[in-house]
Write a protein of this length. Structure first.
Length: 316
């Protein structure tokens, strides 16, 4: 019952927002389209209401009211609430993640955290053997902690996405005609003539599996075949953290002279490489990304070294 109530509220919210857009839209054609989207959501809400013992009075949330204000021009341009057709049509959309992202950030976390640890302990003039033991302990603790956190995060995200797709499947079975109309309106909002969009969606609905896949992509913004692997993300973050955290330990592991200087050099080169790699996700320049990461890491390592030197054990 609670699940049905939440779906009812979701449809009523979609109708409320679509109506707000229709009222603010100057283009008659687009305004008509959004009114039809509002009507479609109201129709679906009415179907869901039949399964409720008591239908509450709908009160749009504060977020919904503020969003409606954006459409009505009562908030300044650039306000962070959604203002596009796709965002109105995709009211259930979520965010995704992946194994590559977990790997890159795992390397970065391991590298920065263990470099700072090594520098802090080295600043206290501790013996190389103690630095190595401390660094290995931090490596293992951090790797297991990050893997566990990544597993829980990805598992929760995957379960949420599967729940949303399950809701869409239930809606498709309960009122397929209304779902087809909603999908047609989404296509129409993207420039497909409405009559043609209705023909496309009518054909899609003949194959329930294909219809669900399309609705998940178009309405939820999800790829059902790529919801992420919790185990894969956990393993990749564990391995990546170990790799990053092991770099500043190399000179102490092999008993090399000038261990602190070598550790700082290795970590600096790796920080630049990680920053350049992260630029692939942000679209920024690789050199700028690398230098920025190097500067951040250098400041953090320098600060921990300075703090460690305040506890110089050799002077005790």
């Amino acid at each position: 019952m609670e699940d049905t109530l939440e779906r009812w509220r979701s449809e009523k919210t979609a109708a409320y927002l679509s109506g707000a857009v229709a009222s603010a839209e100057h283009d008659p054609g687009k305004a008509k389209l959004f009114r039809e989207m509002a009507d479609a959501a109201e129709t679906q809400a009415a179907i869901l209401a039949k399964d409720l013992e008591q239908v509450p009075e709908f009160q749009p949330s504060l977020r919904s009211r503020l969003t409606a204000s954006v459409y009505n021009g009562k908030l300044p341009a650039g306000h962070p609430w959604p203002t596009s057709v796709e965002q109105v049509g995709g009211r259930h959309r979520g965010l995704g993640g992946g194994t590559l992202r977990a790997s890159v950030f795992g390397v970065n976390d391991g590298l920065v955290s263990n470099t700072c640890l090594v520098m802090g302990v080295a600043g206290a003039a501790v013996e190389p053997g103690i630095i190595l033991i401390t660094g290995v302990a931090r490596l293992l603790a951090g790797a297991f902690s990050m893997a566990a956190g990544e597993f829980i995060s990805m598992l929760s995200q995957k379960e949420m996405f599967e729940y949303q797709i399950g809701q869409e499947k239930d809606e498709l079975e309960r009122y397929p005609a209304e779902e087809a109309e909603e999908l047609a309106l989404i296509y129409a909002a993207r420039g497909v003539p409405l009559d043609e969009a209705r023909k496309i969606t009518k054909k899609l609905m003949q194959n329930p599996a294909q219809a669900l896949d399309t609705l998940a992509r178009e309405e939820l913004g999800l790829n059902p075949n790529d919801l992420g692997s919790p185990i894969g993300a956990a393993l990749s973050s564990f391995i990546a953290f170990c790799i990053g955290a092991s770099l500043p330990l190399i000179p102490f592991l092999f008993g090399l002279g000038h261990g602190v200087l070598i550790a700082a050099s290795l970590s600096g080169a790796a920080l630049f490489a990680v920053g350049a790699t992260l630029s692939l996700f942000s679209g920024k320049g690789a050199v700028l990304g690398g230098l920025r990461m190097l500067l951040i890491g250098a400041i953090a390592a320098g600060a921990t070294y300075g703090i460690g030197s305040l506890f110089n054990v050799a002077a005790l």
